[in-house]
Design a protein around this ligand. Structure first.
Ligand SMILES: Cc1cc2nc3c(=O)[nH]c(=O)nc-3n(C[C@H](O)[C@H](O)[C@H](O)COP(=O)(O)OP(=O)(O)OC[C@H]3O[C@@H](n4cnc5c(N)ncnc54)[C@H](O)[C@@H]3O)c2cc1C
Length: 396
């Protein structure tokens, strides 16, 4: 019996893969997604999603379900505790200043995956499975894929949404550049007695940002960037001792914190694939680009890829074309944005950890201008999505 050829096979059951699979299936393509866990792993991480990302997720029908698990971000306060000779002034950016009710919503990663998995299981034209991708063979008008359990599938296009260690990227022969940073991020959720008032608090330290991002009533997500060896030492502390250290570091701004759920340490690096498309293979999100959590560019940028891919493949499907014919246009749509944001995050991260007076002056002067000159401040917030230059934004 002839094997049925899928229109698309999506590899990776994280937020990007699930959003891709739902979007393509809703556009009428026959899709299977691999690597979707029964229960998503919770590493204490959350993602601050811009309104544009929420708008796209709204088209998939999941915006309200996602917001039910997160908190709105109405303001961002940058506080300089670098100990620099020239300290940047404390600056608060309000979404209302650019005519928005909120900058976005912060939602636990595990909840994003849980909500999208539930939606994927209800979507027509979409088969959800936990199996893992092993390898593929290009066959001219299709791709033959072998799964780790030995099953063989055929598809017109293969989409790698399988994260930073993407096996699809490597199997397609797409090279990538990696720049490791001397930083790791400690992530966990905190409860605290004082109200966060929907304000993301971002303390800037010499090693990188220390951030409390609202994630529910009386609850914030911590992203604390530090040297990897220090992060390792932090993880050896008891939960109580770590909570006490966090309270002290924040000057008890929200009172004495308690750690809820898992605590993780994530090494930070920049990764950029040299191509987004090779033949019938396309990459999205962290399979193609990953950054330190500066400016919340991670998943927000990944969802921009997903939106562009769904649009291009949906349009070609509607015309009855081979979906692979739309992939070069997808690569063109995304190339410049990915390269520019990657360079921008690099500059911001280097400025934050540089021990140089000119950077301190630039940051302090920049923040003073942004604090005091309303038109420039509004422009900065619009350009950055919600974040300002010099302070570097890190809701995470
Ligand atoms: C500390 C921190 C804070 C962050 N904060 C923010 C933020 O505020 N805002 C924001 O936008 N972004 C943020 N990010 C980035 C964001 O978390 C990531 O961009 C996002 O989770 C990437 O999603 P993804 O689906 O591309 O990859 P992943 O979540 O890595 O998913 C990849 C999936 O592929 C599966 N997989 C791997 N190999 C295979 C295989 N062979 N076969 C099948 N499946 C496979 C994996 O099991 C996994 O489920 C942050 C990151 C960090 C580290």
């Amino acid at each position: 019996m002839a094997t049925k050829i899928l229109d698309g096979l999506v590899v990776g059951g994280g937020a990007a893969g699930l959003a891709t699979a739902i979007g393509l299936a809703q556009a009428g393509l026959s899709i299977r997604i691999l690597g979707v866990p029964e229960t998503p792993r919770d590493d204490g991480r959350s993602a601050a999603l811009f309104q544009s990302s929420l708008d796209f997720l709204g088209t998939l029908g999941v915006e309200d379900a996602l917001k039910a698990h997160g908190a709105p971000l109405r303001a961002i306060r940058l506080i300089d505790i670098t100990g620099a000779l020239v300290r940047a002034p404390t600056t608060t950016f309000k979404a209302a200043e650019i005519g928005q009710e909120v900058f976005g919503w912060n939602i636990p990663n595990a909840k994003i995956v849980e909500v999208l998995s539930a939606a994927a299981r209800q979507t027509a034209n979409l088969t959800v499975s936990p199996d893992f991708f092993e390898s593929f063979e290009a066959l001219g008008d299709r791709v033959r894929v072998t799964l780790q359990g030995g099953e063989v599938l055929e598809t017109r296009v293969l989409i790698g949404a399988d994260g930073q260690k993407s096996r699809v990227r490597d199997a397609a022969g797409i090279t990538h550049r990696v720049k490791p940073y001397p930083q790791a991020a400690i992530t966990c959720r905190l409860t605290h007695p004082r109200d966060h008032e929907d304000i993301s608090l971002e303390f800037h330290t010499r090693e990188g940002p220390f951030t409390f991002v609202p994630v529910g009533d009386g609850c914030s997500a911590l992203v604390w960037i530090m040297k990897p060896e220090k992060a390792e030492a932090m993880l050896t502390l008891s939960r109580e001792a770590l909570a006490e250290t966090i309270t002290r570091r924040s000057n008890a701004i929200l009172g004495a914190v308690t750690i809820e759920g898992p605590i993780a340490s994530v090494p930070l690096q920049k990764l950029v694939a040299d191509k987004l498309v090779e033949g019938r293979v396309a990459l999205v999100s962290e399979a193609a680009h990953a950054f330190p959590p500066i400016g919340a560019q991670g998943l927000n940028l990944g969802l921009k890829d997903v939106e562009a891919l769904v649009k291009r493949l949906g349009a070609s499907h509607a015309k009855g074309e081979d979906p692979a014919s739309a992939l070069p246009a997808y690569a063109r749509d995304r190339k410049l944005d990915v390269e520019m944001r990657s360079a921008g995050v690099d500059v911001l991260n280097s400025a934050l950890i540089a021990d140089l007076l000119p950077f301190d002056l630039a940051r302090a002067a920049g923040l003073a201008v942004l604090r005091d000159v309303a038109p420039i401040r509004r422009l900065a917030m619009r350009i950055g999505g919600w974040n300002a230059p010099f302070g570097g934004k890190i809701p995470a």
